[in-house]
Design a protein around this ligand. Structure first.
Ligand SMILES: Cc1cc2nc3c(=O)[nH]c(=O)nc-3n(C[C@H](O)[C@H](O)[C@H](O)COP(=O)(O)OP(=O)(O)OC[C@H]3O[C@@H](n4cnc5c(N)ncnc54)[C@H](O)[C@@H]3O)c2cc1C
Length: 446
């Protein structure tokens, strides 16, 4: 296994200063990580810069579902759902920490119609490669009596930040330079190339990197970066905040996830068992600021009031933690729920801007970008079936040490919130692990 620690990070930054690369990738969320992975595998010299930790933007704030998006069928997004389901099936077969998860869709008097869900699920299964007639199950006291019963279906689940880390470490193993805590600050044209200024917030120094191409994968910050590279498109870029809360799993013991309709505004919502908690969400409200990652009291109140239909005694005091993600969306609709969730790629000279997208279809976005890069550089790439994840984290007692040594965790929070995500999945929010994580840092610094 190739070392990828904070010591390597420092060496990489020294080496990158004044260096020349084929591509500079801005943003170490799932989109940037997948693109760094596929390009480096094809022999492109790639440098990825992430202003905070890898996977610390929207890619740590999702519902963590690897899914086709059943509700997108309502919007007649058949092509998108088919692509997402294909990607879901790939991830479930190939990514170690991903798993199948059963969902119950709850049906009552004022929810979706039975016939709508039956048809939708039939189509969903079919697009996912399964011929299966959905069966309606009577409630039988499993859920509050307002619900007549439920349909069952299966989707996928994977921790979002973990998926990012797998791709980042694979890209690193392929030869890409991936630097967390390194912010893209400005760029100027230097002849045919781009000269970018990057700020290392740990070493508190600026470096200059020259590249033939820039790929903007900054998620909710993508419009800001497009402006900085003078490639601002006229696309209707919008941001929508989605909040989740986590409560103890003992609040409503269940093995399946639940999909239900909020009686406040008839939106689809989920209750997802994960580790020791139930994750409940989400909201979908337009915001102006890409840094607006704080769940508001209104968001939390909406989630609690909606979920009370399923867990009647759910209360604010049950909340262990909450988190938010910001969806970058491209669309005109005033209701963000009506804006398509597919990615949009805009190329302007040698700058590629990637807007929007889903966690589930990051591989499809990576392949599309790789195709553009291969055409721009006049090269032939191996794209089909890519990107793959070659890195598997070692299963050993030294787990945290490994995450520092091989996954470039720089601070304890990088482990507690992302590489392990105890801050969400544990009832004690990872407090009982803090000592062990801190001592792993001490051990490695010896
Ligand atoms: C509430 C919610 C629920 C969701 N649920 C699902 C789901 O269940 N399944 C699914 O498939 N998708 C889901 N999504 C969508 C999915 O989370 C996103 O599509 C995906 O995470 C976007 O990844 P990204 O890499 O494009 O953006 P991000 O993860 O935000 O990455 C962009 C990165 O760019 C960095 N950056 C910004 N500016 C700079 C700079 N100047 N220099 C260096 N770095 C910079 C940021 O720090 C950030 O890490 C959900 C989204 C939300 C908000």
């Amino acid at each position: 296994m190739k070392e990828f620690s904070y010591i390597i990070r420092e060496k990489d930054i020294d080496q990158a200063d004044g260096g020349f690369y084929d591509v500079l990738i801005i943003g170490g969320g799932i989109t940037g990580a997948g693109i760094a992975n596929i390009l480096s595998k094809n022999g492109i010299s790639a440098i990825l810069v992430e202003k905070s930790d890898f996977g610390s933007g929207t890619s740590q704030g999702s519902s963590k579902l690897i899914h086709g998006g059943l509700r997108y069928l309502q919007e007649r997004e058949f092509r998108l759902v088919r692509e997402l389901l294909k990607e879901r099936n790939y991830i479930l077969s190939n990514v170690r920490d991903s798993k199948k998860i059963k969902f119950n869709i709850l049906i009552g008097e004022s929810t979706w119609k039975r016939s709508t869900i039956r048809t939708g699920l039939f189509l969903y299964n079919l697009l996912g490669g399964k011929l299966k007639i959905p069966k309606f199950h009577e409630n039988g006291g499993k859920y509050p009596s307002d619900f007549k019963g439920y349909f069952e279906y299966e989707d996928g689940w994977c921790d979002d930040s973990r998926l990012v880390i797998y791709n980042i470490v694979t890209a690193h193993e392929n030869g890409a330079i991936c630097m967390n805590y390194s912010e893209f600050k400005s760029v100027e044209k230097a002849g045919e190339h781009y000269l970018s200024s990057i700020y290392d917030s740990i070493g508190k120094r600026s470096i200059r990197v020259r590249s033939r191409m820039i790929i903007n994968c900054a998620g909710p910050w993508a419009e800001t970066i497009a402006k900085m590279t003078n490639t601002e498109s006229s696309l209707p870029f919008k941001l929508s905040k989605g909040v989740h809360i986590a409560v103890s799993r003992s609040k409503f013991p269940m093995d399946s996830g639940i999909a239900f309709m909020s009686q406040i505004d008839r939106r689809q919502m989920f209750i997802i068992p994960a580790g020791e908690v139930l994750i409940i969400g989400t909201t979908d409200n337009l915001v102006e600021n890409p840094n607006d990652f704080e769940p508001s009291m209104d968001d939390i109140d909406y989630i609690i009031r909606s979920a009370k239909q399923v867990i009647p005694d759910l209360d604010q005091k049950d909340i262990l933690t909450s988190y938010a993600g910001i969806r970058p969306l491209i669309g005109d609709a005033d209701d963000p729920g009506k804006i398509p969730r597919d990615f949009v790629i805009k190329t302007d000279g040698y700058v590629i801007n990637v807007f929007g997208g889903k966690l589930t279809n990051y591989r499809a976005a990576s392949r599309k970008v790789a195709k553009i890069v291969s055409m721009k550089f006049g090269l032939r790439f191996h794209i089909k079936g890519m990107p793959e994840i070659s890195y598997q984290r070692p299963e050993s007692a030294e787990r945290f040490v490994n995450e520092i040594r091989y996954e470039c965790a720089v601070f304890p929070e990088d482990i507690l919130r992302r590489r392990e995500a105890f801050r969400i999945y544990r009832e004690d929010l990872g407090k009982s692990e803090e000592k062990a994580v801190n001592s792993a840092f001490r051990e490695i610094k010896k």
